[in-house]
Each structure stands twice: as structure tokens, then as C-alpha cells.
Design a protein around this ligand. Structure first.
Ligand code: NAD
Ligand code: GLY
Length: 380
């Protein structure tokens, strides 16, 4: 499938002024602003619609760091700025937590023009987006992602959701934000483990869409881990360009967009099987990519050297490359059971995103016997 996106930035160039990547979706198009100091700048939000109120949704970790600054930046434009603070963690990506957003919207008599701001990582972003999609049948919202993972992936493209105990992100909606604001400075407070988790989603774009980017990541992995601002700026921008290109062709995942789930079928099984929050989403995806690469090799898409190359990069990013055992008796059976709940499954048949040649991916079924081989090899 053709996912190669034109690049408009020069690797190694200074982060410089704000860069903008456009998501081109007709009347649902929007800009992703990427730069330093954006959060505090009233100008960042100048293009948003007027409204009598806004609701900032954040969590107990991010709100103390950044909510006041966002409130200050919005104060000149909006008369009433409300804040709701959610509990922090994947384990809280639930109906109960979602309801806290609706409670706040109703308690503050928010109307159809109220703009929601998602200030946080992917968990806050996914839940705020779902709340925006459904409150009064849809109100505008803005993504202000503060994790690397959210800046390179979850804030872009309009997938919103909560988890169900039987499956990850099983209840949600496609609903695009009005704007995405990636302030690279916020990555300075991110714990190292979370930075690594974000790198999983950066790495993902290489094997599925852009081998040149994969080589660039390999060459800059130490700089990325050291949070070099130039390296981070390029990683966020190139990731957003590739995602924008894919989403622009297939907003609602009729086909091509599914390649963005490389590593996620195994990864979601790890997350659900271990209990949400035990493995970070990015950690599960990192390990899941290694497992998906092994399966791709067994089906002839890549050779052992490519699997080794990807494994080495995932490991260098600080991510696990050996999967957990999810059952003491039939580990592969448990993985298969969990993966049958994947959204790509059709009639109970699991479908995987596999590399059909380096730099290109496709969704395929695979014989259970081969999948069992991979699980046995990767989760000893
Ligand atoms: P997260 O939202 O749980 O954030 C990770 C941790 O970092 C949290 O404890 C958070 O409070 C903290 N944090 C956030 N910003 C911080 C900062 N600047 N400084 C210090 N701490 C900070 O996790 P995540 O990795 O951002 O997102 C994972 C979620 O995103 C998963 O639920 C996943 O399903 C979802 N996701 C969605 C999409 C999509 O397309 N919608 C894509 C990928 C992942
Ligand atoms: N993160 C996968 C997608 O947005 O489609």
C-alpha cells in the first residue's frame, strides 16, 4: 500500500520557528503546530472559534505542570475557562472517568459552542475527543498533547475512545479536532519511560512507510533519548507528516489507515492480558512490532536481518523486545484469544499488519500455527 509521504523538513535543521503540518480532510481539515513555547502564546489559539466558555480536560499529573499556563494563554479570548482534572492512567480510560467530563460540562452549563481542550497524553486526548464527539452530539475540541506518543500519533487523526475490559479502545468515535498544538518544551518533564514509549510510535512509521526515516531514527536514537530539541522536532514533524498522509487518504480506516496499527495486534493483547497500565501502550507496541516483524519474516515479507535491525532499534529505544507470558498453561492460546477481539478481526479471524517488503505494510490473515510459533519464540 502506498503510504510514502513527501517530506518538507530537512533532517538536522534547527527546530527554529513553529512548523505546521496540515491534515487535509475537506471541511474537517486542521493544522498541527509543532514548536517551542506554543502552549503559552495567545497567538497559538487565535484562529479558534469564539465561545462563551471552554473546558480544559487534564489529569492529576499534567494539570499542576501546565493547566495554569494554558488558562493564562486563553484568558484574553474566552470569558469562562473551566478545568476538570481526571485521575491519571490507562486504567482510568473508562466510562466512569468519561462521565467526569460530562459532569463538568453540565455543571458549568456548557453549550454547543464550548471548546474542549485535551491537555495531556493519549489517555486524556482519547477521552476528551470522545466526550467532544458525544456531548450535545458534538462540540469542538483542540488537542494539546504533552507526551511524545500523543504528539506523534494519538492527537492526530481523530480516533477517540475508551477501553472495555474485553478490549482496548473498543468504544469510541472518529472525531477530528480543530487544531493540534505540539509544544516540544512539554516533553522536558516527561519521565524517561514515557519518552521511550513514544519512540515506539515514531519507530513504527519507518518499517511501514519510510525507510529513509527508519535510517534517520537509527542514526539519531541517542539524540532522541537525550531529548535533543532538533532531533525531537524532526521526529514529531516527520511522524505527523506520514500520519497526515495516511489519514488524508483513509480517515475512517476502510483500508490503508490500518497500517498505522503495526505491532498493535500483539501489543493490545499484551496490554489487556497484563492488565491495563502494567505495560505502557508504547512498550506493548514496541514488543508487538518485534513480534509482527517475526510473523512478517515467516510469511516472506522481510528477512532475518531486517527483523534483527528492527529489534535492535526497539531495544536501543529502551523498549522491551521479549513478550510477557499471559498464561502459565497455554500462553499462545491466551494471546490468540485476546487478539480475536482486535478491531481488525473479521468473523473471529485475526488480521495482522505485516511488512510485505521493508517500507511497506498490509493487513493480512496468518495461520494460527505460525502465530503460535512467533508467540512461543518471542515470549519464552
Ligand atoms: P498517557 O496519556 O497515559 O501519558 C503517559 C503518562 O505521562 C501519564 O502518567 C501522564 O500523566 C504523564 N504525562 C503526560 N504529559 C506529561 C508531561 N509533559 N510531563 C510529565 N508527565 C506527563 O499515555 P500516552 O502514551 O500519551 O498515550 C497512550 C494512550 O494513547 C493509550 O490509551 C492509547 O490507546 C492511546 N493512543 C491513541 C491513538 C489514537 O490514534 N487516538 C494512537 C496511539 C495511542
Ligand atoms: N494510531 C493508529 C491510528 O491513528 O490509526
Amino acid at each position: 500500500m502506498n503510504a510514502s509521504a513527501p517530506s518538507s523538513s530537512r533532517p538536522g535543521a534547527a527546530p527554529g520557528p513553529t512548523q505546521v503540518v496540515a491534515i487535509d480532510l475537506a471541511d474537517r481539515s486542521y493544522p498541527i503546530a509543532i514548536g517551542s513555547g506554543l502552549l503559552d502564546q495567545p497567538l497559538t489559539y487565535a484562529g479558534l472559534p469564539n465561545a462563551s466558555s471552554v473546558l480544559i480536560v487534564s489529569n492529576t499529573t499534567v494539570a499542576p505542570l501546565y493547566a495554569q499556563r494554558l488558562q493564562a494563554a486563553l484568558a484574553g479570548k474566552y470569558a469562562q475557562i473551566h478545568l476538570v482534572i481526571l485521575p491519571d492512567g490507562e486504567a482510568y480510560k473508562t466510562w466512569q472517568t468519561l462521565n467526569l467530563i460530562f459532569d463538568a460540562l453540565l455543571q458549568h452549563t456548557c453549550d454547543r459552542k464550548t471548546v474542549l481542550f485535551a491537555l495531556g497524553g493519549g489517555v486524556v486526548g482519547d477521552m476528551t475527543g470522545f466526550a467532544a464527539a458525544s456531548y450535545m452530539r458534538g462540540v469542538p475540541f483542540v488537542q494539546v498533547p504533552t507526551t511524545l506518543l500523543a504528539q506523534v500519533d494519538s492527537s492526530v487523526g481523530g480516533k477517540t475512545a475508551i477501553n472495555h475490559p474485553l478490549g482496548k479502545n473498543m468504544v469510541g468515535a472518529f472525531y477530528q479536532p480543530l487544531q493540534v498544538v505540539c509544544d516540544l518544551d512539554t516533553l522536558g518533564t516527561l519521565p524517561a519511560r514515557e519518552l521511550s514509549a513514544g519512540l515506539a510510535e515514531v519507530i513504527k512509521y519507518g518499517p511501514i512507510a519510510d525507510l529513509e526515516f527508519l535510517s534517520w531514527i537509527e542514526a539519531h536514537i541517542d539524540a532522541l533519548i537525550a531529548r535533543d530539541p532538533v532531533a525531537l522536532a524532526h521526529a514529531v514533524k516527520r511522524s505527523c507528516e506520514i500520519k497526515a498522509h495516511v489519514v488524508g487518504q483513509d480517515e475512517r480506516e476502510a483500508g490503508l489507515r490500518a497500517i498505522l496499527n503495526f505491532g498493535h495486534t500483539f501489543g493490545h493483547a499484551i496490554e489487556a492480558g497484563m492488565g491495563y497500565g502494567q505495560w505502557l501502550h508504547g512498550e506493548a507496541v514496541g514488543c508487538g512490532m518485534v513480534m509482527a516483524a517475526h510473523l512478517s519474516q515467516r510469511l516472506g515479507g522481510v528477512d532475518a536481518a531486517f527483523v534483527q535491525r528492527l529489534t535492535a532499534l526497539v531495544q536501543k529505544a529502551g523498549l522491551p523486545v521479549v513478550g510477557p507470558r499471559l498464561s502459565a498453561t497455554d500462553n499462545a492460546g491466551r494471546y490468540l484469544e485476546l487478539m480475536r477481539h482486535d478491531k481488525k478481526s473479521e468473523g473471529g479471524a485475526i488480521r495482522f499488519v505485516l511488512i510485505d517488503r521493508p517500507g511497506s505494510a498490509a493487513v493480512r490473515a496468518a495461520p494460527d500455527a505460525l502465530v503460535r510459533e512467533v508467540i512461543d519464540a518471542c515470549c519464552p
